[in-house]
Design a protein around this ligand. Structure first.
Ligand SMILES: Nc1nc2c(ncn2[C@@H]2O[C@H](COP(=O)(O)OP(=O)(O)OP(=O)(O)O)[C@@H](O)[C@H]2O)c(=O)[nH]1
Length: 312
């Protein structure tokens, strides 16, 4: 493993301490506590997976795949199931294309999410990350629904050292996006980050608003690659999955940002999102500062969950 990867892995393991404690220690006791592979053994595994917020459907599929592998490989010792279980979870998390195209080409990134999930913080962290790659970034404060959201985003823009357009409470979000696109073109921005609202209690309005924004982007900024990220609060577990489903009905989602992974034992929700929705988690938030946003790598995530070597 390269130094950089080792560093990332270490941070990932540390950030996931609570999730790991919840899932890994449970697995370890099952692998070492059972002397044979029987229904009780599988039931215990099932319980740990469900308790870890991996989701009912994903859990079933993981266990079916594990049982098949056990049969195929004629495994008799529960301890030998560990690697097979890791493989089965990785398979469930495979959603194909997880490229970060917006980091490499002229792009506009729409960031949606309900209030309080960490959306504004995520926009700020993303801006900081892109800025450190020498990208010209512009923020659009198009979440004009909540008073003070614009002000908060301005603070993040200052912290990250990027330009910001909009921020007046009650302005039309689509109009803010329109202005931001003109600014992005005039200032030759690499990435336009749009903080948009996500009021799920009125899905029709949300859909209309997103459609309107997308129409503006199609018309005014067709040359930009479009990424739509949904921000979800990992501490809400299965609720996050429900939100992701609802957003995916309202817009074409290209990725998920899972925030507050540092404060939760429910990190297994990442598996459920991949497995049940087929949408990749692209970033995880593991703290409140500008550097606390990490790219998500499903294989490394599963390895980190099972890593028993690292001190906490
Ligand atoms: N521990 C931790 N806290 C986070 C993370 N991301 C955001 N937060 C905190 O969560 C709280 C809400 O974050 P905001 O970014 O204001 O949430 P929001 O979704 O933009 O909310 P609105 O502005 O109301 O739309 C803040 O206290 C953040 O510091 C994270 O990854 N880890």
């Amino acid at each position: 493993m390269s130094e950089e990867k080792k560093g990332f892995f270490g941070r990932l393991v540390a950030g996931l301490a609570k999730t790991r404690k919840n899932i890994v220690s449970g697995f370890e006791s099952v692998f070492s506590g059972f002397s044979r592979i029987d229904d009780d053994f599988y039931e215990e595994l099932e319980e740990i997976l469900i308790m870890g917020d991996i989701g009912v459907r994903a859990t079933e599929e993981i266990l079916d795949s594990l049982k098949e592998k056990v049969k195929e490989n004629k495994i008799k010792d529960p301890a030998d199931c560990k690697e097979l279980l890791i493989d089965s979870i990785k398979e469930q998390m495979n959603v194909g294309d997880t490229a970060y195209r917006f980091e490499d080409e002229k792009s506009v990134v729409l960031i949606i999410g309900v209030n309080g999930v960490g959306k504004t913080t995520t926009v700020g962290k993303l801006a900081g990350k892109l800025k450190s790659q020498n990208k010209k970034v512009i923020m659009a404060a198009a979440d004009t629904f909540r008073a003070a959201a614009g002000e908060q985003l301005h603070e993040w823009a200052n912290r990250a050292g990027v330009d910001i357009v909009g921020g007046q409470d009650g302005a039309d979000p689509a109009a803010v996006v329109f202005d931001a696109v003109q600014a992005a073109k005039a200032r030759k921005a690499d990435v336009l980050l749009c903080d948009t609202a996500g009021r799920l209690h009125n899905k029709k309005n949300l859909m209309e608003e997103l459609k309107k924004i997308n129409r503006i982007l199609e018309k005014e900024y067709p040359e930009a690659y479009r990424e739509t990220l949904v921000v979800l609060d990992a501490t809400t577990g299965q609720n996050a999955l429900v939100q992701a489903k609802q957003f995916s009905e309202a817009a074409e989602i290209t990725g998920i940002v899972l925030t507050k992974m540092d404060g939760t034992a429910k990190g297994g929700i990442a598996v459920a999102i991949h497995s049940e929705l087929g949408i990749p988690v692209k970033y995880i938030g593991v703290g409140e500062t500008i550097d606390d946003l990490q790219k998500f790598d499903a294989d490394q995530f599963v390895d980190a969950l099972f890593d028993t070597q690292t001190e906490e």
